[in-house]
Design a protein around this ligand. Structure first.
Ligand code: HEM
Ligand SMILES: *[C@@H]1O[C@H](CO)[C@@H](O)[C@H](O)[C@H]1NC(C)=O
Ligand SMILES: *[C@@H]1O[C@H](CO)[C@@H](O)[C@H](O)[C@H]1NC(C)=O
Ligand SMILES: *[C@@H]1O[C@H](CO)[C@@H](O)[C@H](O)[C@H]1NC(C)=O
Ligand SMILES: *[C@@H]1O[C@H](CO)[C@@H](O)[C@H](O)[C@H]1NC(C)=O
Length: 331
């Protein structure tokens, strides 16, 4: 049945209003990652991905743990005011950076590799690629080089002109003594679900922790396998302040390989940190841990989803922030 001119025009004006409303909503909605894309540098720095990968590859070949350290830098950057490279800034007389906040002090590492990447990328395309993006790409490459899954990295982040020590020190990065409630809460504060949190915790399939981070758990934990605790106690003295920096692998079997062994350890109550073992301790995340321990593909896929989501966290885009020349200093 043909529509009358009146009906047709009122229909289309209604459609126009709806379309306009949707358009305005999209413009104003807090889609913080709106301007991130896979091809942000395809015209301005087409070789950035190969360049980053080459530097990470030689660093990981020299020391596999450095891949773990870089991945952790990305997490600690993204959880404090978004993925904006703020963690990379050194302290100056006028800027108290994030490097000495409780979760980072004497613990975060890998900055020299980021510097090395930055100087190569600056030679290739001066003033184009942010430190925040370099850290994002280098984290993905670290996972891949250690045998984990590949994914396409979204880029287009810019670098902060500030850092925030008190924010970094305020508990937004959860401590290793955290209970499950606190882990879920701190991740939800960043727009990440409990499922994202469990998948991302699987990053502890690589790298190491200091005695100071797991002392309480191995001496006082009730949810730890006895012989495992005793073995870890041999290189981590009970007295706080002694041997604080002694290291132990987070995944006792394959700490240089990105796999789902971390979750298998949890089923045996061999998680190194309290925050690891609470993921499998009779609570709401037990079934997810069991799933990941049995199915590496599901773990990989959920880990990738969560990494992309974490990387979307409040980036500086457009004309906000800057492209630092040196990742340790504002321009
Ligand atoms: C769920 C909450 C988390 C807590 C409480 C936590 C805590 C810790 C602690 C205490 C260490 C050892 C630091 C030290 O002793 O110096 C560590 C290491 C590490 N964390 Fe986490 N973490 C969490 C989540 C994550 C996430 C989301 C990632 C990345 C996606 C990650 C990646 C790593 C890596 C790779 C290491 C080893 C670093 C190295 O060897 O240098 N962690 N974590
Ligand atoms: C960081 O660690 C150093 C060396 O252990 C210590 O002297 C300093 O007080 C710590 N900084 C903060 C802010 O806790
Ligand atoms: C730094 O973080 C603190 C605590 O989260 C917040 O109150 C403060 O406004 C932040 N400062 C800046 C300059 O963003
Ligand atoms: C979990 O940890 C939070 C923060 O440290 C604390 O306030 C809360 O009481 C703890 N909850 C339980 C059930 O222990
Ligand atoms: C373990 O718990 C006891 C008793 O609550 C406490 O005195 C001690 O400091 C805790 N930590 C270690 C590492 O033993």
């Amino acid at each position: 049945m043909p529509l009358s001119p009146l009906r047709s025009s009122s229909f289309s004006s209604l459609a126009n209003i709806v379309a306009l409303a949707v358009f305005l909503l999209l413009l104003t909605a807090p889609t913080s990652s709106a301007q991130l894309s896979n091809n942000f540098y395809s015209k301005t720095c087409p070789n950035v991905f190969n360049t980053v990968k080459a530097v990470v590859k030689s660093a990981v070949a020299k020391e596999p743990r450095i891949g773990a350290s870089i991945l952790r830098l990305f997490f600690h950057d993204c959880f404090v005011d978004g993925c904006d490279g703020s963690l990379l800034l050194d302290d100056t007389p006028s800027l108290l950076g994030e490097k000495t906040a409780a979760a980072n002090n004497n613990s975060v590492r890998g900055f020299e590799v980021i510097d090395g990447i930055k100087s190569r990328v600056e030679k290739l395309c001066p003033g184009v690629v942010s430190c925040a993006d370099i850290l994002t790409i280098a984290s993905r490459d670290s996972v891949v080089l250690l045998g984990g899954p590949f994914w396409k990295v979204k880029v287009g982040r810019r670098d902060s002109r500030t850092a925030n020590f008190s924010a970094a020190n305020s508990g937004v990065i959860p401590p290793p003594t955290s209970n499950l409630t606190n882990l879920i809460k701190t991740f939800e504060a960043q727009g990440l679900s409990a499922k994202d949190m469990v998948a991302l915790s699987g990053a502890h399939t690589i790298g190491k922790a200091r005695c100071a981070s797991f002392r309480d758990h191995i001496y006082n934990g009730s949810n730890i396998e006895r012989r495992f605790a005793l073995a870890r106690q041999r290189k981590c003295p009970r007295t706080s302040g002694t041997g604080d920096n002694n290291l132990a692998v987070l995944d006792l079997r394959t700490s240089k390989h990105f796999d789902n062994n971390y979750f298998k350890n949890l089923l045996k109550k061999k998680g190194l940190l309290n925050s690891d073992q609470v993921l499998f301790n009779g609570g709401s995340t037990d079934s997810l841990v069991r799933t990941y321990s049995q199915n590496n593909k599901v773990f990989d896929s959920d880990f990738v989803t969560a990494m992309i989501k974490m990387g979307d966290n409040k980036p500086l885009t457009g004309s906000r922030g800057e492209i630092r020349k040196n990742c340790r200093r504002v321009n």
